[in-house]
Design a protein around this ligand. Structure first.
Ligand code: NAD
Length: 238
């Protein structure tokens, strides 16, 4: 009999020990840029060159980063836990993939993708994308947007996420400040649908109402320790 499914929501904090800066912890700046200038659909419509430049500069940094002990522990959990383990990540880096994880929903998009606003085709790309880029599918120039979900846009793969949240026995939230909605609401959905809910963070967050347990400390330490314990004796009750 398989054990109850585990769903893991990750945020920028899980990648902090891989050298990537988080978002909210630096006064609303992301890599020294105001969030409103680089992560809203209005900013992209107003000044696409500026927004493209930001993500083109960020891309090599994110691609150089290596997964840390927390990413690797999640992969171990996926390999050894006798039930399903799914990842919902808000991160646009690909550190879960680099750690060898599977079943990953990138609800905020991915750094190495662009989407054509004319035909909707998603392009995998490790190089620069700009206002001159031609869509290889519809051949229209200047309509490519980084495949990053900006404030004001719908999240990706939400049907799948909804199903996962309603059917898990354990929900883990790792390294997210819980201020970006709707992801901040996932814990509530999982909890009212019957899951146990654990939060891993450096500190108390403003979104801690629905968590059964808080595990404070660096994810690179707390997550491997938690996975060790859980795999010793996988329970139905957590
Ligand atoms: P956030 O920056 O708002 O919050 C990060 C949280 O992680 C904070 O609560 C902080 O206390 C915690 N944290 C920091 N270091 C930690 C550690 N070592 N161990 C455990 N917790 C730690 O991030 P968010 O909630 O994910 O929301 C910001 C949005 O910004 C994301 O949705 C994402 O799209 C984007 N973003 C992505 C990246 C990335 O891809 N690596 C980086 C920055 C921002």
């Amino acid at each position: 009999m398989p054990k109850p499914a585990i769903v893991i929501l990750t945020g920028a904090g899980i990648s902090a020990e891989s050298g990537l800066s988080t978002f909210r912890s630096s006064n609303g700046l992301w890599n020294n840029h105001p969030v409103e200038d680089v992560a809203t659909i209005e900013a992209f419509e107003r000044n696409p060159e500026y927004v493209h430049d930001f993500y083109n500069e960020l891309k090599p940094e994110l691609n150089r980063a290596k997964p840390n002990a927390a990413h690797l522990a999640i992969t171990r959990l996926q390999n050894e836990y006798p039930g399903e383990v799914h990842i919902i990540t808000q991160n646009v880096d690909t550190l879960h993939e680099k750690a060898g994880s599977q079943n990953i929903c990138h609800i905020h998009g991915q750094i190495n993708q662009a989407v054509c606003l004319n035909c909707g085709q998603v392009l995998e790309t490790f190089g620069d994308v700009n206002t001159e880029t031609v869509c290889p599918h519809c051949q229209i120039q200047g309509m490519m947007k980084p495949n990053i979900v900006f404030f004001g846009e719908n999240l990706l793969c939400m049907d799948k996420v909804d199903e996962l949240l309603k059917n898990c026995g354990l929900f883990l939230s790792i390294g997210t400040s819980g201020v970006v909605f709707p992801a901040a609401d996932f814990v509530r959905i999982a909890k009212i649908c019957g899951a146990k809910t654990y939060e891993f963070n450096l500190e108390e967050t403003s979104n801690n109402w629905y968590f059964d347990k808080h595990i404070y400390g660096k994810a690179g330490t707390t997550v491997p320790a938690f996975v060790d314990e859980l795999l010793k004796e996988p329970s139905d009750n957590f």
